[in-house]
Write a protein that binds this ligand. Structure first.
Ligand code: HEC
Ligand code: HEC
Ligand code: HEC
Ligand code: HEC
Ligand code: HEC
Length: 670
């Protein structure tokens, strides 16, 4: 865009325009989404991190931040509130302890539980500060909500917040956080002792197992991988362990050791065309392309799949697709729950891609390979029966004075080196590895696992649409594409309310792949499972939303309300919810434009807060949804129940739906 402007403009204009562009860029750089959240402890320690919005939950006795040890703290959010238009707003603070909200220097909310007066704010930016003092001796919880003329009380949309990304305390602490994540990803602690009890969840997940690896991966590929993992996969966290002239020979010895006793494996027969097409359609449908490319080496964060034929023994690829974590607990590749037939098709498709020629691997000596592997530290990062961790370095992680390892080659970028060094030399680094702050963990993993590959959040589109062209040619055979379906229904649900839409237990089971059958049976896309992370992730998203996640508990149902709720959902004296929704065993009756989830499941999985938020104004919660808004100014057209009071009516519906569910008390795994 800017290039085009330059081409058309005179030199003088071009110069002026580039100055302008610079100014614009600076303003943009200084203004990132979200707020700055600062913590201070009574002992005077402090920390800062980015926060999507004003929400916090810290269980009793726990620290609020990876870089603070104490559980006593005060918190302060600051940044800008960006309003598109002049608005009249009422603000609320919910939670425990003492808090206040200040906008443009004026005290707006003076206490938790006391809403602000209705406040007129002009369009544009406003300074916003929230100060918070948690209660002594119990959990800290805070949430900021607002209501306007045309919408009821709701969590503030994180899209309206901005902060100064160049804030020096924030920059420093975000660098420490990146350094900490790198230590976990690169597994420096497997050779450089951290001298602490490691609790950070990323450190506890196992790397790929080398047990029986020669039966799964091909000999030639193993040699090349060991020699230079990042050449095969630029995104890899495994270092090159052999360097120098005899590196290739050493790699061949180690590969020979790992493959000893196994068939070296051929590429297998070329897959059948029909299967390839079927697999291609699944590949496109399940949006694999948001995390992968069809070429060998990948691009950016996307991992290339063009070479898997050279890597996997044919049967092992099918097995991998059915259970990616089977030999690698910490894998980020999610589990799509493929049955064998589907996995075979996808494997066939993948094997039909890219590299067709095989290089003959160098011959190696297995017994030399074993010694080399031990000395190289393979078993510090990988398990293998009969092998154990070696003590390779006496230098502790926090005694390092540089980030450039002299033993193995990570090929780190300048920023990565700086972040790692900042972390390894920070006073609070060591303690931070013994910390598990669920909210921080969940946000980290949201990025690392690429939830945005499929989901929208905070007004940011998912990555789906960016790569559609790359898979457009892959068959849509047997699949009906409904052009008229409203866009809002065409893909996975948005995750703006991820931390409190679903009950914690349901969310945990969803991440673990245990919700069967899937909720949106009309949607061919699946939510893949993240087995080994499910519990921590689910809890973390609750905390991030300023909730413990466990307080809703068993619910006392009221027979009178259930009766009214049932009538309200009906056709004759109700709102005909069954047109679009199945209700219990009754299927939806008129799904012309689109369908909604079976409401029996909704009663069980949605939190009461979310249920009311949704019922009150569906299009505000999910723009583009076809579900109508029934409530206007707190009333519905059905005046025969509770004099039209929408809140009471929706509560009756909720009780009715809850009564349909088989799992009344939200017990785990009914
Ligand atoms: C510092 C830790 C570390 C060391 C040391 C290390 N690896 Fe790895 N290795 C990894 C990680 C992490 C992966 C996961 C792949 C990735 O990050 O791209 C991996 C992947 C692999 C894989 C591929 C497994 C699969 O199923 O895709 C093989 C094979 C392997 N390593 C073998 C070795 C051998 C042999 C050695 C010693 C010569 C070694 N590794 C040393 C961390 C390490
Ligand atoms: C949300 C991101 C994401 C999605 C979606 C995804 N993958 Fe992956 N996949 C990964 C990551 C990351 C890895 C690398 C393994 C690791 O880092 O643990 C991977 C690894 C793989 C591998 C092994 C590649 C190798 O060289 O070892 C295959 C095969 C694969 N994915 C196939 C698929 C298919 C097929 C789909 C769609 C059904 C898919 N993936 C969807 C993230 C994803
Ligand atoms: C496979 C084991 C292994 C892994 C993994 C590893 N190192 Fe090393 N590192 C060593 C060994 C061995 C030395 C040599 C020093 C010694 O003999 O203790 C060393 C040396 C270093 C040195 C030089 C220390 C000095 O003062 O001479 C730095 C810096 C270093 N490593 C940083 C790192 C970082 C950062 C990571 C993670 C990104 C890492 N290492 C991962 C084994 C490892
Ligand atoms: C490959 C695409 C894909 C990826 C990657 C993905 N999801 Fe999903 N997700 C879906 C689909 C499709 C659904 C809807 C499934 C259904 O209801 O049938 C879904 C549903 C959900 C739901 C339930 C929401 C609701 O309203 O029912 C949550 C919560 C969720 N995903 C969270 C996540 C998180 C967190 C991540 C990252 C750790 C993630 N998803 C990664 C595709 C994906
Ligand atoms: C015109 C069709 C339509 C009608 C009529 C309709 N809904 Fe919906 N409803 C939807 C759609 C579409 C969704 C969102 C689907 C999604 O989350 O994928 C939805 C979502 C919901 C949800 C959230 C479900 C969940 O588990 O995430 C609830 C609860 C709900 N509707 C209740 C009702 C009730 C009660 C009525 C009657 C008062 C009703 N709906 C009438 C289409 C409809």
């Amino acid at each position: 865009m800017r290039g085009r402007v330059h081409a058309a403009a005179s030199p003088w204009q071009a110069c002026w325009l580039s100055v302008l562009a610079l100014i614009v860029m600076q303003v943009e750089a200084a203004d990132e989404k979200g707020l700055i959240l600062r913590f201070v402890t009574p002992a005077g320690k402090s920390d800062a991190r980015e926060s999507r919005t004003v929400t916090l939950h810290v269980p009793k006795g726990q620290s609020p931040s990876s870089f603070l040890r104490e559980s006593a703290f005060t918190a302060r959010w600051e940044g800008k509130l960006l309003l598109e238009k002049r608005s009249r707003l009422v603000f609320h603070l919910e939670g425990t302890g003492v808090a206040k909200l200040v906008i443009d220097g004026d005290l707006i909310v003076s206490a938790i539980g006391t809403p602000s007066e209705s406040k007129r704010l002009s369009s544009g930016e406003h300074d916003i500060v929230v100060e918070y003092q948690p209660p002594a001796g119990s959990a800290a919880t805070l949430r900021l909500l607002w209501e306007g003329r045309d919408f009821s009380k709701e969590p503030i949309d994180p899209e309206v917040f901005r902060h100064d990304a160049a804030d020096s305390a924030l920059e420093k602490s975000m660098s420490l956080r990146r350094g900490r994540s790198l230590v976990a990803q690169k597994r420096c602690v497997s050779c450089h002792d951290s001298a602490t009890k490691e609790i950070m969840p990323e450190l506890l997940l196992k790397g790929p197992s080398l047990d029986g690896i020669g039966g799964r991966l091909r000999h030639g590929w193993l040699t090349r991988w060991i020699l230079d993992p990042r050449k095969m996969r630029p995104q890899s966290h495994m270092p090159a362990v052999f360097r120098g002239e005899d590196a290739e020979e050493k790699a061949a010895h180690v590969a020979a050791y790992l493959s000893a006793g196994f068939d070296p494996g051929g590429a297998g027969p070329l897959p059948e065309k029909e299967r390839v097409e079927k697999g291609g359609a699944i590949f496109r449908q399940q949006n694999c392309i948001s995390c992968h490319t069809l070429a060998e080496t990948g691009e950016g964060q996307r991992i290339g799949l063009g070479g898997v034929r050279m890597k996997f023994q044919p049967a092992a690829l099918v097995e991998f697709l059915q259970d990616p974590a089977k030999f690698h607990q910490g894998t980020r590749m999610p589990d799509f729950g493929f049955d064998e037939e589907e996995a075979r098709s996808v494997a066939s498709f993948l094997r039909s891609l890219g590299a067709k020629t095989d290089s003959q691997p160098l011959k190696g000596d297995a017994s030399k390979g074993r010694v080399l592997a031990q000395g190289a530290g393979c078993f510090n990062c990988h398990e293998r029966e009969g092998e154990q961790k070696e003590s390779l370095s006496k230098i502790g992680l926090f005694d390092l004075t540089s980030s450039e390892c002299s033993k193995v080659g990570y090929d780190l970028s300048g920023e990565e080196r700086a972040d790692l060094l900042a972390f390894c030399t920070a006073e609070s680094g060591e303690d931070s590895l013994a910390q598990f702050i669920p909210a921080e963990y969940a946000e980290r993993q949201y990025q690392e696992l690429r939830c945005n590959a499929c989901h929208k959040r905070d007004g940011e589109d998912s990555l789906r649409d960016n790569f559609l062209e790359e898979v457009a040619r892959l068959g849509a055979s047997g699949e009906k594409v409904n052009e008229e379906k409203p866009a809002g229904l065409a893909g996975p649900p948005p995750l703006d309310h991820l931390g409190f839409k679903l009950e914690l237990d349901w969310r945990t089971r969803l991440f673990a792949g245990e919700i069967q059958p899937k909720v949106r049976r009309w949607l061919p896309d699946r939510m893949p499972a993240f087995h080994s992370r499910s519990g921590n992730l689910a809890l973390g998203f609750s905390h991030e939303a300023g909730r413990s996640g466990v307080d809703s508990g068993p619910m006392v149902l009221d027979a009178g309300k259930i009766k009214i709720g049932k009538a309200m959902t009906g056709v004759e004296a109700g709102l005909s919810c069954g047109a679009c929704h199945g209700i219990g065993d009754n299927p939806a009756i008129a799904v012309f434009e689109g369908e909604g989830p079976n409401l029996r499941a909704s009663g069980e999985r949605l939190t009461p807060d979310y249920f009311h938020l949704w019922m009150n104004d569906p299009p505000r919660v999910w723009p583009g949804t076809i579900m109508p808004k029934y409530a206007l100014d707190g009333k519905t057209p059905l005046t025969q129940y509770y004099e039209g009071d929408s809140r009471k009516q929706f509560e009756a519906i909720r009780q009715y739906l809850r009564s349909l569910s088989k799992n009344q008390n939200n017990e785990k795994n009914p």
